[in-house]
Design a protein. Structure first.
Lengths: 682, 306
């Protein structure tokens, strides 16, 4: 057994690619080793801006010899068949053995793969890994042909056992593997050799490199939090930024700086976004005022002046950036306070889609739709219409032009400053939601109304111009829009027939079935069976998603009971007998079961049970109380089972037979009034 | 070594000396209006083909839309770039670059110097490369790019390109907040000049002309003329009937491509190019540079066998 250590040392690897690259290195190398017949106990991969590292423990020192026999064509088989066999085995004809079986003589290839040493295998696997590495983007450099994310400088590859460490001999495009690496670019630039992973990690640390990304992230987080805490301030959490910054430094040095007073009145989100996007700074908030007052920058060096020069430089760059942001904000404030009209006007010049008109046209449609939807959502119609008209005004603002990710949020600020109601202002931000399956769904009626109108306009618009999603292509995010509508309707328990908003367009049915497909995916995630959903989609009123889902949930609950499960069997049996009889007789047994022709006790009992069920189901259905209706339906299970045990449907007497078929028809009728149970599986 | 320079021109002189000392041919600015140092044929064309190359130069660059009448502390319609191009890119290019920062007084032990991912792409040059923007204490001071493709041709070998935004870098080194306040020559000189003394008036004049006065019909006609002339030059037979020699006129044709590119920038500043037209214009300029690149690789400097 020995331990393998690999380090690929290069120029700076983009932060966003490091984690995946470490994982890919681990997977490709260990898969390759195992495929070649080696085994190992454990493996771990690491990354810094300049290196990818893999440590494999307890690797076997050689692969076992393998002997494989492969049966080939018959002796005297066509030449082509024999040539093909030789090609696939890599042998020549005289190397093949000839054996006998009942059908005659045939060729056998005996392929012996001798055991190979670990260094041999590692060299081969690492070479292939480097040459075929799945970088999102790779490049060439100098006169070479090798591709890597940035120029690759050295390869460290050693095997360590009790006897010591040895370099695994290999060379990739002129880079020979060795046992040396380098530390921090500025604080530990000299080359040094290593003998094992522990030795490597310890020496790197002395040369000012923290090998582990999580160690760097923790160091940044802890140091930044405690520096903020010492001033009575809070560090604003940002996991994405933390992991990115941890990928930009080998030796994190946290520096806390002050934001110039003249910028403290900017909205905190603007400060935060500008600092994060442009400078990769963390924000530090004063819990008393709620304002962002300081920043944290993470340097990659311990400077002799404790970072004073670095901090001063960063502060200066930040001030220049924030001066821009403040300039945008001040300009926007003037327009906002005057009612935002110039922004709305300029949206006429912004094309939404060449077949669907300008943003302004779209906003007019959304406003009209919002007014129409208001009675269903419980919003004030005037407020909903106004909110829709203003919801996208901020798209013309300078701040959103500079920071598109602030759309909506700026709209909320600006609408507030324009003197609009809180509900109207909130809708500017919330109408984009939900942005995905896990995003929050708005609940304020005005926001809900504008959010629905926005998404429905998008969907009906693109359906009308026949730009539907196909396969994996969904450039206008229509699936997300449909899921958004579904979640808005369901989570707010809205009663809203969707097709009313489609009008009687010829694509109406197609769009509804698109909604149903999205609904199936959504409900499946919540554990609702697909056949249950199908059984409910087949019922009338299926464009009312709340109703549909209520029915599906009740049905799923019913099917989970013993009675429910067996009732399905009884229903199916009744339905089968009935369908066959109807096919045979050419009539529909849908009316006229009469108690006076009942001969058996079980038959009478079924009459009683059906009457009782009818009395409960009809009013429950009228009240959309699917739970009660289905409980009443499931109660039929006993009488139906008994009927099939005791009663022969195909009686001698045609009158009795017809009466019994009509009785089965009542079962079918009652069950189908609740859901299309023919679609239930099992 | 790392004593602080005292003026804008001293920074330029130190970079010239440094790169000359590293074996680069110190060239002079190209005598045409360009948007960036990359447009100089010493970069665009010389990055093509197999012949080794090493050049460094200052390039005055014009971006008409960035004009602010000299009022913005760091935006100018005319500014300087320092450009280095070495083919094939040497293995120690990062160290060479860091050495150049030290030469202008940026001590890597006192400052935070970082290579932050930045993929470079020039749609008008049909070019792209991978590299970084180099940060010094959070400020971008250079672009560092390994050219992968130029004019639609794969770069073999790969050139390493360094571009320094001279005003911004100098402002940082000299500790100046407004570009117009920056000392152009040594502040102790008998006649001390600031950047504003040299350029404030021209920034105003060009901003007015770029934004409001340049005649768009004329510009449009010049664009069409340059486009047509470029195509005409390249359509000439390779063999010169007068001398009987093979003379492919890649450079004269490329001059016309540069012209078209700058005319497009002027039209853009005049606000007469709509969003949809933009792509079409960029495509037309790219077609020109690509044709010039195709021609250049047929020449001796472009690595064609003699």
């Amino acid at each position: 057994m020995s331990d393998l250590l690999i380090e690929l040392f290069s120029e700076e690897i983009p932060a966003r690619m490091q984690t995946q690259a470490a994982a890919d290195l681990k997977k490709r190398v260990t898969d390759g080793l195992v495929e070649a017949g080696l085994t190992y106990a454990s493996a771990a991969a690491f990354s810094t801006p300049r290196r990818l590292t893999l440590s494999v423990e307890d690797l076997t020192t050689e692969s076992r010899a393998v002997r494989e026999e492969r049966k080939g064509p018959k002796v005297g088989a066509p030449e082509q068949a024999i040539a093909g066999f030789l090609r696939s085995t890599g042998l020549t004809l005289d190397q093949l053995e000839v054996r006998d079986d009942k059908k005659g003589q045939f060729y056998v290839a005996v392929i012996e793969k001798p055991g190979r040493t670990a260094p041999e295998i590692i060299a081969e696997v690492l070479d292939a890994t480097i040459r075929n590495f799945p970088w999102p983007k790779s490049m060439r450099w100098g006169s070479g042909s090798l591709r890597w994310v940035r120029p690759l400088h050295t390869i460290l590859c050693i095997l360590t056992d009790e006897e010591g460490a040895q370099v695994v001999p290999l060379e990739v495009d002129g880079i020979a593997a060795g046992n040396t690496t380098r530390g921090h670019r500025f604080m530990g630039p000299d080359a040094f050799s290593v003998t094992s992973f522990d030795d490597y990690e310890a020496k790197l640390k002395r040369a000012r490199v923290m090998l582990r990304a999580d160690e760097r992230a923790d160091a940044i987080w802890n140091d930044a939090s405690s520096q903020a805490f010492a001033l009575g301030l809070d560090l604003v959490e940002d996991r994405g930024l933390l992991s990115e910054v941890a990928g930009l430094v080998e030796w994190p040095v946290v520096l806390l700086g002050k934001i110039d007073d003249q910028f403290l009145d900017l909205p905190p989100e603007v400060l935060q976004t500008s600092m994060k996007e442009h400078q990769k700074f963390f924000s530090v908030r004063n819990p008393k005022t709620g304002r962002i007052e300081r920043f944290v920058t993470v340097a990659n060096i311990e400077a002799a002046d404790d970072g004073a020069t670095i901090l001063a430089g960063n502060q200066k760059v930040l001030s220049a950036r924030l001066a821009d942001a403040k300039f945008f904000w001040d300009n926007d404030l003037r327009v906002a306070k005057a009612g935002m009209q110039p922004w709305l006007d300029s949206l006429s010049d912004v094309t939404f889609h060449n077949k669907l008109g300008s943003q302004r046209d779209r906003i007019d449609r959304i406003a009209a739709l919002a007014r129409a939807l208001a009675p269903l959502t419980g919003a004030d119609a005037d407020e909903a219409e106004e909110a829709a008209k203003l919801a996208k005004a901020d798209l013309s603002s300078e701040m959103v032009f500079e920071f598109p990710e602030l759309q909506g949020l700026m709209g909320r600020y600006y609408a507030g400053l324009a003197g609009k109601s809180d509900a109207v202002a909130a809708a500017a931000q919330e109408h984009y939601q939900p942005l995905g399956p896990s995003d929050d769904v708005p609940t304020a009626p005005v926001s809900v109304t504008v959010a629905l109108a926005d998404k429905l306009d998008t969907l009906t618009g693109f359906w009308a111009i026949d730009e539907k999603p196909t396969g994996s292509k969904d450039p206008f995010a229509l699936r997300r829009a449909a899921l958004g509508v579904i979640r808005l309707v369901l989570e707010n328990d809205l009663r809203m027939p969707l097709t009313d908003t489609f009008g009687d367009a010829e694509w109406s049915a197609h769009l509804l079935s698109f909604f149903h497909d999205r609904l199936k995916v959504y409900l499946k995630d919540q554990g609702i069976r697909h056949d249950v959903i199908d059984a409910c989609i087949a019922m009338p009123g299926n464009d009312d998603l709340s109703l549909l889902v209520k029915r599906a949930r009740a049905l799923q609950a019913t099917l989970a009971t013993d009675d429910g499960e067996n009732l399905i069997q009884g229903f199916k049996r009744a339905n089968n007998i009935l369908t066959q009889a109807e096919d045979k007789d050419g009539v529909e047994y849908s009316y006229g079961a009469d108690r006076k022709f009942a001969e058996e006790g079980a038959e009478t009992a079924l009459f009683d049970a059906l009457d009782a069920a009818d009395a409960k189901i009809a009013p429950a259905m009228a009240a959309e109380d699917f739970g009660s209706a289905m409980t009443a339906m499931a109660a039929l299970r006993g009488p139906i089972d008994m009927f099939f045990t005791d009663v022969q449907v195909n009686a001698e007497s045609t009158v009795v037979r017809r009466n019994r078929l009509n009785l089965l028809s009542r079962i079918r009728q009652i069950c189908l009034s609740v859901a299309d149970l023919t679609r239930i599986e099992g | 070594m790392a004593d602080t320079p005292r003026s804008f021109q001293e920074i330029i002189l130190r970079l010239q000396t440094y790169w000359a000392g590293r074996g680069c041919a110190v060239m002079q600015p190209y005598d045409m209006e360009v948007g960036a140092g990359t447009f100089h044929p010493a970069t665009t064309l010389r990055s093509l083909g197999s012949k080794p190359w090493a050049a460094a130069y200052v390039q005055p660059s014009r971006r008409p839309t960035d004009g602010r009448y000299g009022e913005n502390p760091n935006r100018l319609q005319h500014y300087y770039q320092y450009q280095v191009l070495i083919k094939p890119s040497p293995p120690d290019l990062q160290e060479l670059y860091l050495g150049s920062l030290a030469a202008i007084g940026i001590d890597a032990q006192m400052h935070d110097i970082r290579f932050v991912e930045d993929d470079w792409e020039s749609p008008t040059l049909g070019a792209w490369g991978l590299g970084w923007e180099v940060w010094c204490d959070g400020m971008e001071v250079s672009q560092f790019t390994y050219f992968q493709q130029v004019g639609g041709h794969d770069c073999k070998p790969v050139s390493g390109e360094l571009t320094y935004g001279l005003e911004r870098l100098a402002m940082y080194v000299l500790g100046v907040d407004h570009v117009m306040d920056m000392p152009y020559n040594d502040p102790q000189s008998p006649i001390a000049l600031t950047y504003g003394d040299v350029f404030l008036q021209t920034e105003q004049e060009y901003a007015r002309w770029n934004f409001d006065v340049a005649d768009t019909d004329t510009l449009l006609q010049h664009f069409k003329d340059a486009e047509a002339e470029c195509a005409r030059i390249l359509a000439e037979p390779a063999t010169d009937p007068k001398t009987g020699k093979q003379i492919i006129m890649a450079h004269p044709a490329y001059d016309q491509a540069i012209k078209a590119s700058h005319l497009f920038n002027l039209l853009d500043a005049r606000g007469v190019i709509s969003v949809t037209e933009r792509q079409a214009y960029i495509g037309r300029v790219r077609a020109l540079t690509k044709a010039c690149a195709d021609a250049f690789v047929q020449t001796a400097a472009g690595g064609a066998a003699a």
